[in-house]
Write a protein that binds this ligand. Sequence first.
Ligand SMILES: NC(=O)c1ccc[n+]([C@@H]2O[C@H](COP(=O)([O-])OP(=O)(O)OC[C@H]3O[C@@H](n4cnc5c(N)ncnc54)[C@H](OP(=O)(O)O)[C@@H]3O)[C@@H](O)[C@H]2O)c1
Length: 248
Amino acid sequence: MAQKPPSSAPIALVTGASHGIGYEVARQLAQRGMTVVLTARDDARGTTAATQLNDAGLDVRFMTLNIADDASVQQAAAQLAQDFSHLDVLVNNAATNFDYGDTVLEVDLAQVRETFETNLLGTWRVTRAFLPLLRQSAHGRIVNVGSGAGTFGAPEGMLANFVPNLPAYTLSKLALNGLTLKMAAELQGTGILVNSVCPGTTASSPEMESIPGARPVEQGAASIVWAALLPDDGPTGGFFRDGQPLPW
Ligand SMILES: NC(=O)c1ccc[n+]([C@@H]2O[C@H](COP(=O)([O-])OP(=O)(O)OC[C@H]3O[C@@H](n4cnc5c(N)ncnc54)[C@H](OP(=O)(O)O)[C@@H]3O)[C@@H](O)[C@H]2O)c1
C-alpha cells in the first residue's frame, strides 16, 4: 500500500469494504476528502473496488484484512503504522452469516462460533490492533456497524418479540452493542468516540433488494458516515440510525 498522504488529509479505514455498504461508506468518506484505506479479505475483489474509486478521482488504498484472523489483523495494523502516523476513523463494517431460517434450537453451533468470531471478536481484535494509531488522532472515531435486528427495543428487533430467525447473527449483534458500550466507557476522556450504528434494512445484495422497504445502499451508508464524522462534542457509547438514537 500507500505513500504517506498529505498530513492534512484525515485517514479512515473500513473493514469488509469490497462491496455492499462498506464499499459505499469508503466512497462517501473519500468524497469528503478523506484518505480511505479500503480493506477486504479477498485481494482481487478489494483491489478492483479500490481501483474503481481511484478511477473516480478518490484517494482510496487497498489493504488485505481478514478480521477473523489474528495474523492478518496484526499484519494490517503493522502495515498501517508504517504508512501513516495516525488513524482518524475506524469503521467496523465487516460481518457474516445472515442466518435467516435458522433457529436457536437447531442451528449448528460451529456456525454460531464462526459468526461470533467475525462479528464480535473480529471487531474487538481489529479495534485493539488499530487503537494505538487511533490514539494518535486528535479526533478518533470508531463506528461499529450493528443491527436493529439484534436489539430488544428497535421496531425490527428480534429478541423481545420472540421472532425465532437469525439466531447467530442477532445474538452477535446484541453482543456487539455491548462491546460498543464497554469500549466507549474505557475510552472516555481520550477524544475517541465509539458508537454503534444500524444502517437500516438496506438493499446491499440481490437477496436484500427483494426485502420490501429495503433502502438504497447510499442511504444505509450515510447513516454510518454520520457517526464517522461526529464533532468532538458528539455522543459516545450510543446506538443510532440516521443520526437518531435507536433503542438497544
Ligand atoms: N444490509 C442490511 O440490511 C443490514 C442491516 C443491518 C445491519 N447491516 C450490517 O451492515 C454491515 C454491512 O452489511 P452488508 O449488507 O453490506 O453485507 P455484505 O454485503 O454481506 O458485506 C459484508 C462484508 O463483510 C465482509 N466480511 C465478512 N467476513 C469477513 C472477514 N472475516 N474479514 C473481512 N471481511 C469480512 C464481506 O466480505 P466477503 O465478500 O469476502 O464475504 C463483505 O464485504 C454488516 O455489519 C451488516 O451486519 C446490514
